[in-house]
Ligand binder design. Sequence first.
Ligand code: AMP
Length: 286
Amino acid sequence: MEILREPAAFRDACDRARLSGHRVGLVPTMGALHPGHLSLVEAARARGATHIVVTIFVNPLQFGQGEDFDRYPRTVDQDLDACDRAGVDAVFTPIRAAMYPDGFQTTVEVGQLTAPLEGEHRQGHFRGVTTVVAKLFALTGPSVAVFGRKDYQQWKVLERMALDLDLPIEVVGAPTVREGDGLALSSRNRYLSPGERERALSLVEGLRRAWDAFAGGAREASVLREAARAPVEQETDRVDYVALRDPDTLAVVPAHVPDRVLVAAAAHVGGTRLIDNVVLGEDPRP
Ligand code: AMP
């Protein structure tokens, strides 16, 4: 497995792979890798990638004031081991100054899709995400790039960016990987104390209640939303949102919901902000 820290060397390595006939698959991450991340490597392979690149970069541009950039977990040695064991071909771990040298002043911004949900609660977050991913796309030249549906809106925003900018990249959303009890895997879960972890389960509990209500025939948005919201409201310290949205446009859904509807939640447990979601009418019960 190649480990690259310099953008130019990384680009050369990707060029060589492509020139020798490989279909390059890109999996961008911020590290602190867990089985959810590694499932994206598998998904890239399943989409026909023969040379898989993982990037590990805690991107300062996507963190707001007062967010957890400084304390975000950094476990590079374990991450490299995990990538090696997963059969990853190359890992790119640039330093901040290599991605954002002095004078850097260009950003990429996607419109409407970035306005609600995460966009409403994390000012500038998506601009940071789209900018760094555009740079990673440009350096890598992948045929396929895989993102987790755990960050559902992020996946939709990046899919839109590739479409709008005519980037010839298949943007894939891979299913959310969960612990045995349903908690969505997240690098931030390691911040949780045992008691907080227990309360964090209220997010998936809410999604399950909405899923069960939908499966039982409920189609009233207010009923589904209340089902999802109640446990989150009760167990977490602050709810950012529990919202029903169109899974493709993220627009507000009508009072009587359509056949597919996104339920997305974000809440704080202690000092940790967690998100989760399910698409009713499409996803299995979380
Ligand atoms: P992060 O390192 O948190 O920026 O995540 C990197 C990628 O892994 C993103 O595309 C995430 O959506 C994805 N990811 C994170 N957690 C999970 C999970 N539990 N299941 C599937 N994908 C995930």
